[in-house]
Design a protein around this ligand. Structure first.
Ligand code: ADP
Ligand code: MG
Length: 739
């Protein structure tokens, strides 16, 4: 950015010559011309009070004002009719000159009056004091636009010293200009923001440097796939340059112009993020080698034999992907995406056994201790009778056991370590870590994933996600990963029936649950809270457990499980349920992910309106794991019919996780989709992952192209882009291997 914008000398001149234009009122501006980093209090027209208000919007420097984009635009009619005028407010009117007068007082002061007959009816008198030349500007019959503060005179209106434009007789009226609407904070008004932005534009806009080279702006406005589709070259001009775009987004002449400007900034925002991801992909592949882990035909067959069932076509395909990835010295970065119950664990098991067969260690991380234990138990069963050494590293093991285990991991006598995030946080040393599997990836973000990278040689990565994620989200949150998708489910799965229960039917539902349990099945009862909340009348798991035990489910073997219990207690309760000793498990959403008890076929979800769609679908996944049909009944809070809740209706309408995810995304936006934490979503100012899906898709391709050509953005023309990438998404790019 230039330190000395061209306006400098002009404003100095103006200041010295005593005829300063109205906009130069602030001494600060005269002394120091605006630069990007000028603190807000030196921007003309912003007083100390407003500086604080702007700070609440994150605006501290002059340049921040330029990037405070309008939230929307309002079409304002350019001219008001007489009935729309309000005394004391600024307005524009259009009318014909029907009378003129000029008076000179004893002291020699002149008054010029011009009476306009306003189109549509009524009169406005324009008045000028001490400007006798005004008289000559107008003739009777002229069409004039007058803009100024209208003052009521009782019978009509008067404007003192209005700005006037004379229109040719048949000149069409100018179009309405869109008025930008900014997101405000209490005490700040639209006109304050507009004035501040306008001052910043005046001072800075011509000094802005362009981050997007012309070639990119041209490509961005001429998407290749549409060329192919149309069968002819689309030749649109490049996206607006930075100066034009800033002017047009804040002070557009038409809504089309505003949209053009918005498009540029939406593209830029998505493109910069995709560049960060593309740089990350590139680095993951080329920074450090990974061990080559080859599944020879013998190893391959031996591993597949360990599964007690035929693998599905999608499972075999994903295994092929993994096999090919691991055989290279470029680290694998693969996401296996599949709906609940699609059998993702099989892929992880294959990859781990492949690593072990090649004398490499493998680590498996799960988001909860319960899930880690379940994986550990399953793997141990599956590997019983083999030489493979598998251990569990979780928070609840004793310090002595832990120390001993860490040593064995470090010297390589442990082949597979199963654990929670503690595998990340503690500096667990491996002798030769060849593979890291992360289960239920949607609970971790890009940045967390980053921190597992070792020094010299990096392991292969396999991540599993049970949240079927719409493509647009996958491209952002998991944009650095290759993807295998499991669409088909293992054969023999019975369907799940989902019902929307109303409170007055609850007793009928409980009767059904009792009958099913007596015939041998098991049931979950899920509720969002541990304790009751008097404010919202949501009952907690503890109270519900008591009520059911002494009411509709009396006589059944009930138990209670929630997140406040310690790891050992949770585990023993889950063990009792898995073994069938507990018939009905009343639980909070701790059972949301991964728990696999095929005999449990009934699920009641209370206060379901408090849970997200993805979460509800996950929960439902608990009862679709065996050959018996599953039954899910969701109840909204007391007094609310579940069908009034759109989310619950959508849940009942389809069992396809991918379709649900798309719908959820449409309804609630990407933040909620991934749970309350919003982990891993980039901060977006103007782009919208749902609305701008096409631009996102396209910017991804362009970003990849650019990074292929200039992997570290070292070319001079990319310097500014690089700065934006590191400023906004540094953590994504650095892979977290520093520190
Ligand atoms: P998720 O994808 O939700 O993690 P899991 O890997 O836990 O699913 O698998 C769900 C259940 O399906 C498990 O009991 C598993 O043993 C079983 N399963 C997985 N693949 C198959 C298959 N090809 N045929 C039959 N059962 C399978
Ligand atoms: Mg799973």
């Amino acid at each position: 950015m230039s330190i000395d914008p061209p306006q400098t000398s002009l404003s100095r001149l103006a200041a010295n010559s005593q005829v300063a234009p109205a906009s130069v009122q602030n001494e600060a501006q005269i002394k120091a011309p605006l630069v990007a980093s000028t603190p807000l209090q030196y921007v003309p027209g912003i007083g100390p009070n407003r500086v604080e208000l702007f700070a609440k919007l994150g605006i501290r420097r002059a340049i921040d004002l330029l990037f405070l984009f309008p939230r929307s635009y309002q079409d304002i009619a350019p001219y008001q009719s007489i009935t729309e005028l309000e005394s004391g407010f600024r307005a524009s009117v259009i009318g014909q000159v029907v009378d003129m007068d000029q008076r000179v007082s004893f002291e020699g002061r002149s008054t010029v009056g011009v009476l306009l007959a306003i189109e549509g009816g009524g009169y406005v008198r324009c008045v000028w004091y001490n400007q006798p030349f005004r008289r000559q500007q107008f003739t009777l019959g002229m069409r004039v636009v007058a803009t100024g503060v209208a003052k009521s005179t009782g019978i009509s209106f008067e404007m003192r010293h209005p700005e006037t434009t004379i229109l040719a007789a048949d000149q069409p009226l100018p179009e309405a200009k869109p008025l930008p609407i900014y997101s405000l904070t209490d005490g700040l008004q639209q006109r304050h923001v507009a004035a501040a932005v306008s001052a910043a534009l005046d001072g800075l806009v011509t000094t802005m440097e362009e981050a997007l080279p012309e070639s990119i702006r041209l490509a961005a406005n001429n998407p290749k796939d549409s060329i192919e589709k149309a069968g002819e070259a689309v030749n649109r001009p490049p996206l607006l340059g930075i100066t034009e775009a800033l002017k047009a987004i804040h002070q557009p002449n038409s809504i089309e112009e505003a949209n053009e400007a918005r498009h540029r900034f939406i593209f830029q925002e998505l493109f910069v993020y995709q560049l960060a991801l593309a740089m990350r992909r590139h680095r993951l592949k080329h920074d450090k080698p990974a061990p080559k882990i080859e599944a020879t035909p013998m190893i391959h067959t031996r591993i597949l034999k360990r599964f007690p069932f035929e693998l599905t076509r999608d499972q075999l395909r994903a295994i092929d992907d993994v096999r090919a990835d691991m055989a290279q010295d470029v680290p694998m970065n693969r996401l296996v995406q599949g709906d609940v119950g699609s059998g993702k664990t099989v892929i992880a098991q294959y990859a781990m056994l492949n690593a072990v067969a090649n004398k490499q260690q493998a680590a498996l991380m799960a988001p909860t201790e319960l899930l880690a234990r379940q994986h550990f138990t399953r793997l141990s069963q599956q590997l019983s009778g083999s030489q493979v050494m598998i251990e569990l590293l979780v928070g609840s093991i004793s310090q002595r056991e832990r120390t001993e285990l860490l040593q064995r991991i470090a010297i390589g006598t442990v082949d597979i370590v199963v654990g929670t995030q503690s595998l990340l946080s503690e500096h667990v040393q491996f002798e030769s870590l060849g593979l890291v599997v992360i289960d239920e990836q949607h609970k971790f973000g890009v940045e967390q994933r980053a921190s597992l990278r070792e020094s010299r040689i990096v392991p292969h990565y396999l991540v599993l996600s049970a949240t079927p994620i719409p493509r647009t989200i996958a491209m952002t949150v998991f944009g650095d990963l290759d993807v295998s998708i499991l669409k088909d489910k293992p054969p023999g799965r019975a369907t799940v029936h989902t019902y929307l229960g109303s409170t007055h039917q609850q007793s009928k539902w409980w009767e059904f649950v009792v009958r099913q349990v007596k015939s041998g099945r098991q049931a979950y009862v899920v509720t969002p809270r541990v304790e009751s909340d008097p404010a919202t009348e949501v009952l907690g798991a503890e109270q519900i457990y008591e009520q059911l035990l002494n009411g509709p489910l009396a006589g059944l073997r009930l138990d209670l499980l929630h997140g406040r219990m310690d790891g050992i207690e949770k585990q023993s309760k889950l063990d009792a349920f898995t073994a069938g000793r507990t018939q009905v498990l009343v639980a909070t959403t701790v059972v949301e992910v991964g728990i696999d008890v095929p005999n449990a076929t009934l699920m009641t979800i209370l206060d379901a309106d408090r849970l997200g769609l993805a979460q509800l679908h996950q929960l439902r996944g608990r009862v679709s794991r065996g050959s018996y049909p599953g039954y899910v009944c969701v109840f909204a809070k007391q007094g609310v019919a579940p069908e009034e809740n759109v989310r619950l209706s959508v849940l009942a309408s389809t069992d396809d996780g991918f379709r649900l995810a798309e719908q959820d995304l449409q309804m609630r936006g990407p933040g909620d989709l991934l749970g309350t934490k919003q982990i891993g979503l980039p901060p977006l100012r103007i782009a919208d992952l749902v609305r701008d899906a096409q631009t996102l898709n396209f910017s991804r391709g362009l970003a990849q192209e650019l990074i292929d050509r200039d992997p570290n953005l070292e070319m001079a023309e990319h310097a500014l882009l690089k700065r934006q990438v590191t400023q906004r998404h540094g953590a994504v790019v650095t892979l977290g291997d520093v520190g």
